[in-house]
Design a protein around this ligand. Structure first.
Ligand SMILES: CC(C)(COP(=O)(O)OP(=O)(O)OC[C@H]1O[C@@H](n2cnc3c(N)ncnc32)[C@H](O)[C@@H]1O)[C@@H](O)C(=O)NCCC(=O)NCCS
Ligand SMILES: Nc1ncnc2c1ncn2[C@@H]1O[C@H](COP(=O)(O)OP(=O)(O)OP(=O)(O)O)[C@@H](O)[C@H]1O
Length: 238
């Protein structure tokens, strides 16, 4: 099993690159840290801890929140309003740290358990498989210690702004979230492989989609060349 951490700035195209790689590597599984965070946000203990810290304005239906529901083993009816929580944490480093203190440990535990499960399922002699860990804050959260290889996906500012706009984010919203993360340069210097995923199309004779496909092919080949010898396959953790 080879675990590849895929990180980069917002809207650099991490998820797209992860998906393209998964189609080019023989066997690849994706762990998406953003999705993992969203799943945690519906855990009753997490809902209770976040509401204690941030107050009921982060809930979709504050009136129905029962703070003792988790203790009784039932699910709180209320759920987290991600937009409201995002408004509180992206401008406030202390609030963000508190959110991460609540969310990151269960996210990392889940990931380690999943990696152990996958490593245990692999039998010597069978083809190697890849786990692509798509995590925007891979280095900031210290998840790179789970990875055999790290890739920083980069894209120029114009590409990122265009993509963010398609998501309904202004350049100011993009900048606000950017400030909550390491810069693209810092991520690139920490990663073993840097991949430029800017919008293409400068060559008038080649459609941009063909250029992008070729770039993704090349990245997959680079990863395949890094495949460890079978004897170096990672062992299941004790
Ligand atoms: C704050 C939350 C509720 C906002 O939800 P929302 O739906 O608006 O955004 P979404 O989750 O889709 O994230 C969009 C992007 O924001 C950036 N981002 C999210 N969390 C963080 C964070 N803690 N620090 C820096 N950037 C972050 C990432 O680049 C991410 O791709 C949510 O992002 C969250 O729970 N974050 C904490 C978990 C976390 O650290 N996730 C990053 C994965 S390692
Ligand atoms: N090389 C590319 N050419 C054109 N469009 C691209 C390219 N890479 C990604 N995109 C598009 O840009 C948008 C943002 O990409 P993606 O969601 O993969 O970014 P991300 O880095 O995972 O973002 P976030 O950190 O905010 O979750 C998507 O619509 C995606 O399809």
């Amino acid at each position: 099993m080879v675990v590849v951490g895929i990180t980069g700035e917002i809207a650099a195209g991490k998820s797209r690159v992860t998906c393209e790689l998964s189609q080019r590597l023989p066997i690849a599984l994706i762990i998406d840290a953003d999705r993992l965070a969203h799943q945690q946000l519906s855990d009753p203990d997490v809902v209770a801890a976040l509401t204690r810290r941030f107050g009921p304005t982060i809930l979709t239906n504050p009136a129905e929140f029962d703070p003792d529901a988790a203790d009784r083993g039932s699910s709180p009816v209320a759920s987290i309003n991600r937009h409201a929580l995002g408004r509180l944490v992206f401008d406030d480093p202390a609030a963000r740290r508190d959110l991460e203190t609540i969310l990151h440990p269960p996210m990392k535990r889940w990931t380690i358990a999943r990696l152990d499960e996958l490593a245990a399922a692999w039998t010597p002699g069978s083809p190697p498989f890849w786990v692509l860990l798509d995590a925007p804050t891979l280095f900031e959260a210290g998840w790179d210690d789970l990875c055999d290889l790290t890739v920083a996906v980069r894209a120029d500012q114009a590409s990122r702004e265009r993509r963010a706009a398609q998501r309904g984010w202004s350049a100011a919203e993009l900048e606000r979230r950017d400030r909550a993360q390491w810069s693209g340069d810092r991520k690139a210097s920490a990663a073993e492989i840097v991949f430029d995923n800017s919008d293409l199309g400068s060559d008038p004779d080649t459609p941009s989609s063909q250029q992008a496909e070729a770039a993704w092919d090349h990245l997959a080949q680079t990863l395949l060349q890094r495949l460890p010898h079978p004897s170096e396959e990672r062992a299941t953790s004790p």
